[in-house]
Structures are given as C-alpha cells and as structure tokens.
Design a protein around this ligand. Structure first.
Ligand SMILES: Cc1cc2nc3c(=O)[nH]c(=O)nc-3n(C[C@H](O)[C@H](O)[C@H](O)COP(=O)(O)OP(=O)(O)OC[C@H]3O[C@@H](n4cnc5c(N)ncnc54)[C@H](O)[C@@H]3O)c2cc1C
Length: 281
C-alpha cells in the first residue's frame, strides 16, 4: 500500500490499493487488462484523496508517456508531461497559445480531465485530439467527444489519457516569454503561490461575485479547521497550514458552502477532484 499524500500538492490522502508507474501505451493496456478499478493521477495539483485511501490501482505516467514532440504547428505530448515543460518546448519552437498554462502546475492528462484554463485560455482551445485507453481498447477522441466545457470533461476513472495533440500558432519566443512573465506576476499578486494548495476549491458561480470574493465577504479568509485553513490571501484556496488531513479540507469546504448558501443563496460546486470514498455534504 503506497501513501498518496506524497503525490498531492496539498500533501494529504491515504494509501492506494496499488500504485503503478507506466511508461508506454502497451504497459497501460496491460495494467488495464487486470480488471481492477483504475485511477490515473498527474501531479496531484487538483486532487483531494480520501484519508482512508483509494481502493484502486492508481497509475502514474512517465517515460514515453511524458515525451514531447514538435511537428510544424503541432505539439504531441505524453499525458504525463508537465504543462511547464510543454510550454518550454513550445516556446523554444516559436509556438504560442499555451501560455495560459504557465501557472497551472499539473500535467497534460490532468489538464484535459478538467479542461484546465486561466486568463481566457483553456485546453479545449488548443487540443486537436487525445489518445485514451480503457479496458476495452485505445483510441483518439476529439474535444467534442471528450465533452470539454468550463472546467469539465466527460472522462471517468478507468479512462486513461495517454497522449495529446495540440495545435499552436507561430509566435516569437520573446513574446511568449513576456506574456508568461506578465501572467505569473498577476498570479503571484493575487494567489498564495508559495503554499501547499490544490488550486481553486470551487468553480465560479453564475453570480456577480467570484467564488473567492463571495467567501471573502462571508468572512472566511484565514478560517482554520484542524491543519487546513482558507487562504488569508485568496478565499477560494485552502492551504495546508501544518499537518492537514483531507477531512479538514472537506470540513472547510462544507462550511464555505453553508455560508454561501445562507448569505447569497448560491450552491457552490467544487472544482477540485475527489478520489476515494469522499461524500461532499
Ligand atoms: C497553485 C495552483 C494553481 C492552480 N491554478 C489553476 C488554474 O489557473 N487553472 C486551472 O484550471 N487549474 C489550476 N490549478 C489546478 C490544477 O493544477 C489543474 O487542474 C491541473 O490541470 C491538474 O493536473 P494534474 O496533473 O495535477 O492532475 P491531478 O490533480 O493529478 O488529477 C486531477 C484529475 O485528473 C485525472 N487525471 C490526471 N491525469 C490523468 C490521465 N493521464 N488520464 C486520466 N485521468 C487523469 C485524475 O484522476 C483526477 O481526477 C491550480 C493548482 C494549484 C496548486
């Protein structure tokens, strides 16, 4: 049994039934044939894993499944490749359009899973197709077939994203560098970039206030339960303030939802992905 807290940016979560590393399409296909429930994790930057663990074979992708290839305006990236590395390769090749991902500290697979995005860009805008494996076979799916919409795809555990083909556009590397610098500075100003978090807790509601502004107005900045606290810098982030457990983060989320419901009549929907027996109240 391998503890997954080492593999999440919040640093919480119990063990997986089994953790396997896969470095090729064939290895993933073989693991899927074992017939166990399967979940794939990237860099755990959008993930709350149950404290009691996950009764599944948890896959981490590397090797050929993290390789990156540039061909004209196409970038083919293994799903295990970190966004930052893909962005670096794209910039070196003079290809722009992926700058939005500069501050999304995850992998290509995790980005497709939730159609990650920032500053007006998202995966749906650059993705041509993704290679996805299941126990029944492997094939390419388009963004429409993946059902990509705001921070959402139709992907389910048991479907493993192996590779993505992105279409980018010619752009001078210096221009890309300047844009990335600007976006990172904006990010640093507004968000707790030097703390253990899992990114935005809730999706922005259809309301004049963003989730962060709403929770700030509810007086939740700095609110602490156990080892987890709502970030004093941005109320839509939960930080590991020392020894946090997933149950602490979940208790904060329940409190935030309760206050948003009572004060604004808004049902906040969580953006973070949940793995294991977690029931959101
Ligand atoms: C400081 C900070 C800032 C962030 N800012 C943003 C932001 O601006 N915009 C944004 O969209 N997100 C943001 N995030 C959240 C997170 O980085 C993204 O959601 C990212 O895309 C998650 O990628 P990951 O590889 O870490 O996935 P994980 O967190 O490991 O997994 C997320 C989900 O994807 C699934 N998954 C991962 N890889 C695969 C695969 N290969 N095949 C099938 N399923 C897979 C997992 O099972 C899980 O359900 C932020 C997070 C942090 C910590």
């Amino acid at each position: 049994m391998t503890d997954l807290s080492r593999y999440t940016t919040l640093g919480t979560g119990g063990p997986a039934r089994e953790l396997a590393r896969a470095a090729s399409v064939a290895e993933v296909e073989e693991l899927l044939r074992r017939g166990l429930p399967v979940a794939t994790i990237g860099l755990g930057s959008n993930l709350l894993v149950a404290d009691e663990g996950v009764d599944a074979l948890v896959l981490k992708l590397g090797g050929a499944l993290a390789a990156i290839e540039v061909d004209g305006d196409r970038v083919r990236a293994g799903a295990g490749a970190a966004n930052a590395v893909v962005l670096h390769r794209a910039r070196a090749a003079g290809l722009g359009g992926f700058e939005f991902a500069c501050a999304i500290p995850g992998t290509i697979g995790g980005g497709i899973w939730m159609n990650g995005g920032a500053y007006g860009g998202d995966f749906a805008q650059v993705l041509v197709r993704a290679l996805v494996a299941t126990a029944d076979g492997t094939g390419w799916l388009t963004p429409a077939e993946l059902g990509l919409s705001y921070r959402h795809s139709n992907l389910e555990h048991g479907q493993v994203v192996l590779q993505a083909e992105l279409r980018l556009e010619p752009r001078p590397p210096d221009e890309i560098k300047a844009r990335v610098r600007e976006l990172n500075a904006r990010r640093k100003e507004a968000q707790p970039t030097n703390r253990r978090t899992f990114g935005s807790v809730f999706k922005n509601p259809e309301h004049e206030l963003s989730a962060g502004r709403m929770l700030e107005a509810c007086g939740l900045k700095g609110h602490r339960i156990g080892g987890a606290q709502i970030s004093p810098k941005h109320a839509n982030f939960i930080e590991n303030a020392g020894g946090a457990r997933t149950e602490d983060a979940l208790a904060l989320m329940a409190e935030a939802r309760r206050r948003a419901r009572e004060q604004y009549g808004v049902e906040l929907v969580h953006e973070v992905e949940l793995l294991g027996p977690i029931h959101v109240t």
